[in-house]
Design a protein around this ligand. Structure first.
Ligand code: GAR
Length: 209
C-alpha cells in the first residue's frame, strides 16, 4: 500500500482534509507519519486522534537549515514515504532535501501561482485589486512556491472582503483540491512534462468556486 508522510507547521487543516477524504473514499493508502517543526503544532493532535504517528523535529534546535533538513530526511525515510505532502509547512527546504524527494514532494500555496508566491498572499491579492484569488497544489522544485502546477482552485474576491474572509474562502477551496491532487498521484495519473503536469486520463486541473 502506498505511504504518505505529511509535514506541517500549525493547524493542519489541509492534512485533516486529506485524511478525512481518504477515510471516506477508502483510499488504499497508509499515513505513516506526520512531522511538525514545532512541538506545539495543533495538527499533531489530530494525527494522534487518528492513530497516525506524530513527531516534532523542532527547527530551533538545529544550528543550520542543512542539519534540520538532514534530520527530516532521516525521519521521513525511516517512516517510508511514496509521497511527501507539505501542508502548511512554513520552512524553506534546502536543495538537497528537494532533490532527495523529487517527483514525490507536493505543496499547497494559498494563491493562484505564479501570482503571489511567498507570504501574506491574501493581503497582497486585496491590495492588487484582483477579481479572482485561490490556491495551487504543485510539485516542489528548488524555487520558493515554484514547480509544476497539479491543480488550482479559484474563488472570487468579493466587495467588503478582508484578509480573513478571503483566507477562509481560499482555505475551503484548498480542502477540495489537495485531496484531489494527492489521489491523482496515488492513482498514478500524473505525468510531469517540463514545467507542466498532465493528468491521465484528462480531468480539469482548475476548479472554479
Ligand atoms: C494554508 O492556507 C496553506 O495554503 C498555507 O498555510 C496554510 C496552512 O493551513 N501554506 C503556505 O502559505 C505555504 N507557502 P493548515 O495548517 O490549516 O493546512
Amino acid at each position: 500500500m502506498p505511504s504518505i508522510v505529511t509535514l506541517i507547521s500549525g493547524r493542519g487543516s489541509n492534512f485533516e482534509a486529506i485524511v478525512k477524504t481518504a477515510q471516506k473514499e477508502q483510499w488504499p493508502v497508509t499515513f505513516t507519519g506526520v512531522i511538525a517543526n514545532h512541538y506545539a503544532a495543533k495538527g499533531l493532535d489530530f494525527a494522534r486522534s487518528q492513530g497516525i504517528p506524530a513527531f516534532a523535529i523542532e527547527h530551533r534546535e538545529h544550528a543550520t537549515r542543512e542539519s534540520f533538513d538532514a534530520a527530516l530526511i532521516q525521519k521521513i525515510d525511516e517512516l517510508g514515504a511514496d509521497l511527501v505532502v507539505l501542508a502548511g509547512f512554513m520552512r524553506i527546504l534546502t536543495p538537497g532535501f528537494i532533490r532527495h524527494f523529487e517527483g514525490r514532494l507536493m505543496n499547497i500555496h494559498p494563491a493562484l501561482l505564479p501570482a503571489f508566491p511567498g507570504l501574506h498572499t491574501h493581503e497582497r491579492a486585496l491590495e492588487a485589486g484582483v477579481a479572482e484569488h485561490g490556491a495551487s497544489v504543485h510539485f516542489v522544485t528548488e524555487g520558493v512556491d515554484e514547480g509544476p502546477i497539479i491543480c488550482q482552485a479559484s474563488v472570487p474576491v468579493l466587495p467588503g472582503d478582508d484578509p480573513n474572509s478571503l483566507a477562509a474562502r481560499v482555505l475551503a477551496a484548498e480542502h477540495q483540491i489537495y485531496p484531489r491532487a494527492v489521489k491523482w498521484f496515488l492513482d498514478g495519473r500524473l505525468r510531469i512534462e517540463g514545467n507542466q503536469v498532465q493528468v491521465k486520463p484528462p480531468e480539469s486541473q482548475l476548479i472554479k468556486l
